[in-house]
Design a protein around this ligand. Structure first.
Ligand code: PDD
Length: 292
């Protein structure tokens, strides 16, 4: 099946799909994006991802490129036309095309909308989750509005590249006081030495992860003790477990951070339980409140 991508009102072959050279997304990273997970041929957590898209668009004062009722249909069309069972839908909306000038164009312009889909090898992810992944810590060099899912990902991209070059799976980014913000493309969690599940509270310092929200709900339903507080790098040596969450990773165990082996060096029991429950909820008919 050849890949089909949606660009500004048309479904076109992925090869050769194009936008204008003066798109402000290209010139200024003046745009936002979303990654919608697809599991068992269904878009997951759709309502939450659309709500976050709305927050990102509002923060940058970009209008909705198509109506909120039409967008889910376009997303589903891309899933269908690309035959995606397990994978992701990537959506990018930019302010649109205008002669290069830092300020917004004086006259209203139509936002650019791109929607594409990609398969994920679930078996590979499952194998990774059975082992756990390694992280490398480094300073968080991003701007101060990390809550906006902006396509301006230079610092994230460089952090991830450093991690990969060090043989690790993901970067773990630290604020100027040595507290962990998040991964380059994921939310970070630990089970601390008291057995409490911990993740950083929401603020402009991190992206409000949709998976984060789901996992918090799940943890509370499972009766786990949960705290939203900052985690210091120095605390990791005592942590019982650590894991990452994101739309594409779900719950991914972490077995090592820098030279620190977490717990017994394999996925922890709480992490495993959360991963299993999270995936079960996705697979079930009513899984995710946002099925349409
Ligand atoms: N990344 N933090 C950052 C910086 C992220 O980029 C992401 C997601 C998350 C997790 O958010 P969510 O649970 O809503 O996926 C946290 C996506 C997957 C990406 O950029 O590809």
């Amino acid at each position: 099946m050849s890949r089909i991508i949606y660009v500004n009102g048309r479904y076109v072959p992925h090869r050769g799909a194009a936008i204008h050279v003066e798109d402000r997304g290209l010139q200024f990273a003046d745009g936002v994006y979303e990654v919608f997970p697809v599991f068992a041929a269904r878009i997951q957590n759709l309502t939450e991802h659309l709500a976050r898209l709305n927050d990102s668009l509002t923060a940058l004062r970009i209008g909705w490129p198509v109506s909120r009722t039409v967008l889910p249909m376009l997303i589903e069309q891309i899933r269908l036309r690309n035959g995606i069972e397990h994978g992701l839908i990537y959506l990018q909306a930019t302010r649109g095309v205008a002669p290069r000038d830092h300020a917004f164009p004086r006259n209203p312009i139509a936002p650019t909308l791109i929607i594409s889909g990609r398969h994920i090898d679930r078996a590979r992810r499952t194998a990774q989750a059975a082992e756990g992944v390694q992280l490398v810590s480094m300073p968080d060099q991003r701007w101060s509005r990390r809550d906006i899912k902006s396509v301006s990902l230079l610092a994230n991209m460089l952090a991830k590249q450093s991690a990969v070059e060090a043989g690790a799976f993901e970067a773990l980014m630290l604020d100027s006081d040595g507290y962990i913000t998040e991964g380059a493309a994921s939310t970070f969690w630990i089970v601390d030495q008291d057995g409490t599940l911990v993740t950083r509270p929401l603020s402009q310092d991190i992206l409000p992860g949709v998976t984060r929200r789901r996992v918090l709900e799940l943890a509370r339903d499972m009766g786990l003790r949960v705290a939203e507080r900052k985690i210091h790098l120095d605390e990791l040596a005592q942590a019982r477990e650590a894991f990452l969450t994101s739309a594409t990773l779900f719950v991914m165990p972490v077995n090592q951070i820098d030279t620190i082996v977490i717990g017994n060096g394999g996925p922890g029991v709480v992490t495993d339980a959360l991963r299993t429950q999270y995936i079960e909820n996705l697979g079930s008919e009513g899984g995710g409140s946002s099925q349409h």
